[in-house]
Structures are given as structure tokens and as C-alpha cells.
Design a protein around this ligand. Sequence first.
Ligand code: ZN
Length: 228
Amino acid sequence: MNNNKNTDTIRLIGYWKSQFQMKLPHPINFIDSKWDQTEKNKVIAYIKNAPFLPAVAGGYSYCRLCNKEDNGCREQSDGYFIWSEGFLHYLEEHNVKPPKDFIDHCIKSPKAKKINLEQEVKIDTEWWKEQRGFETPESKYFLDPYEHTYPKFYSLELKNFNKNNLKLKYRKLLKDIAKELDMSVIEIHHNLTNSDKEFIVSEEDINHIEKIINKDLFLDIKRIKNIR
Ligand SMILES: [Zn+2]
């Protein structure tokens, strides 16, 4: 049954990693100087033609790859995808090649669906967050000019730890960390003993717990490289 409610999902694309949004993809990983020119031109033409959404006060975005500071502040959407105005610059100037889904969509050039902002619009951010690009010589060796602005992350690891010998000490440690990080004891224990996943904490968290852990005994803190 059609309840006549507009619940179209619009996919987010072209929003990039920053110090505030570490989980978004980085354009470095999408640079492809061998991108077919005809295909590129078609995608660019489609992007340029898409409607702009009514401006919202969000300030200008900056280019993650060069020194361009005023890289657009508006958003565009064809009713299927939504991207920021600055997305075009990455394609035109840096050969950033979007994921295939989006390229195919642009080449198909569907007629733009009007977005009714009065009605509920569902934005899918998950698809974009999962995109990690592809490896090209550019993506492999390009240095991220904003690397220094990202928050630093650390990985906590138990080392030479014998639960039975150190039961009380371990429980005390869990309790102290849990208190500082505002997490439950079970959660901390699970994170520390889960061998499939690293227990990643921010620099701020490390500052909170550094004073309460005994590094030499059984907890190790490793600086981890920022994930691209
Ligand atoms: Zn740029």
C-alpha cells in the first residue's frame, strides 16, 4: 500500500574528512589522473546542471587538497544524490573520480527530482562513509596537507596479562578507566580483550587515563596512524 508519503532516500556524496568529521572519505583516495576524459566531462556537466538547494548558513568549505579556501558553501541535489558545491572543484582540478555508482548515475542523466524540503527527506550518509576510493600512484604518495589538524588516536592493548594472577588489579584498572571514559566496566573489558578489533581512544581520553594506568604492568598505549 502506498501511503503517499515522500520517503525518498537521497545519497550523500562528496563530503570530505576533516578534523570534525574523521569518518568521511578523503579525496586523496579518489584521485585518478587516467580517468577517461569523455566520462569525466559528462559527470562534470551533470553536476554543473543540478539544482542548488536554498542556501543555509554554513560557511565556506575549503579544498582538502590545495589552498583553495572558498570552495563553495551551497548544496546541490538532483533528488537522488546530494553534494556540496565544492565537489566540482575536486573533479575539475584534482581528477577526483567519484565511485562508479555515481558516475553511472550521471551518465544516465535522469531528470532531477524536485526535493520538497517541507516533507521529510531521508539522507543516506552510510553509503558515502563506506567509500574508500582506490589505489593510484597519486593516492599512494600524496601527503595530506591537513594531517596535522586531525585529532590523534591511540590504541590500548593488554600485554603479558595474566587475568588470574592480577584479577584484583585488573578489576581496579577497569573500574578506573570506565569512570574516566564514562563507559561501563564490561565495555572496557570487552574492548581490551577483543582480538579482532583495536581499542581506539582519542588523545583527550589518553590524557584522562594516563595517570591511572600502569604502563609497565600490563597496559600498552600505541599511537596509531590516522586512518585515511
Ligand atoms: Zn583544490
